[in-house]
Design a protein around this ligand. Structure first.
Ligand SMILES: [Zn+2]
Length: 287
């Protein structure tokens, strides 16, 4: 299960599907002698990630407060002096800090896979996906991603509703590039020398070019032929402000790089078919 969900009431469902489901899968893999796993990980494990204050250097912002968000103060302030911060690229060794139920289950999934690898001599690559979009994405549900919300609004003839001030930075990566990353990871697991027995290695998987949510809404609306997005100032508690990570490790160690650019990808996605299945499906990759 992906996304933020409705409210805390679906927490047991998230844990059941994402973590208990993973434990069952890993147990079956152990029994069957399967030793290689590529996990669909997520950037959400970093929480607000890495920011820097002009005065205090690299800091980790605290939880976002309802008072700030209601007042339209969407940028997380420096926890020490309250100054405005600038987001920086997060590397795989950054401390994890899951900020919602989904993020927590994605982190637990990695820990379960790491435990499986240690106990069976298996090898795991966790691809920590950024915001995946593209053909076949589920239509909007509380479990879908923002690209799907915007697309579904446009199809109903409505303006995409952009939360906060539209300045949330994300890295939108096309599903074809993510499929290629999975194939690359599967092949790397077979080659000796990439990973040790019992090892889990994480790779951020993004286009390498962050854009704002507002920019995405505009690109989609323009390619679709309108209506243009409206910025509403609404927010969801549990959303993080910026998620921008470096995908340099995946390029350097496994030789993968994203091929679909933002403008080209959004143009294609604006009219690509969406799936009617509920948004509980992940990204299906045929490798
Ligand atoms: Zn400061």
């Amino acid at each position: 299960m992906v996304g933020l969900g409705k409210d805390f009431s679906d927490a047991p469902d998230y844990v059941s599907h994402n973590d208990h489901g993973t434990a069952v899968l890993l147990k079956q893999m152990a029994d069957a002698g399967v030793r290689h796993l590529v996990l669909a990980g997520s950037m959400v494990v970093y929480g607000e990630g890495r920011y820097s204050c002009p005065e205090h250097g690299v800091v980790r912002p605290g939880a976002r407060s309802v008072r700030d968000l209601d007042g339209g103060r969407f940028e997380p302030p420096c926890p020490r002096c309250g100054a405005a911060l600038s987001p920086e690229l997060v590397g795989e060794d950054a401390p994890v800090d899951p900020r919602n139920v989904y993020a927590t289950t994605k982190l637990a999934q990695e820990h379960l896979a790491a435990a499986w690898a240690r106990m069976t001599g298996g090898r795991v690559i966790s691809l920590r996906y950024h915001n995946v979009y593209g053909e076949g994405m589920p239509r909007d549900t509380p479990y879908a991603g923002v690209a799907s919300f915007f697309r579904s609004a446009l199809e109903r003839g409505e303006a995409p509703r952009v939360f906060e001030d539209g300045g949330q930075r994300r890295d939108f990566v096309h599903v074809e590039d993510v499929a290629a990353a999975n194939r690359t990871a599967l092949l790397a697991l077979r080659e000796p020398g990439h990973l040790a027995e019992g090892e889990l290695r994480a790779y951020n998987t993004g286009s390498g070019t962050p854009h704002t949510v507002g920019e995405m809404a505009e690109a989609l609306a323009t390619a679709f032929g309108g209506p243009q997005p409206v910025v509403t100032g609404e927010y969801r508690l549990g959303d993080v402000r910026h998620i921008t990570a470096s995908s340099e490790r995946l390029r350097r160690e496994l030789g993968w790089r994203a091929k679909v650019g933002f403008a080209e990808g959004m143009r294609a996605f604006a009219t690509a078919p969406l799936a009617d299945t509920p948004g509980r499906a992940g990204v299906a990759v045929r490798a």
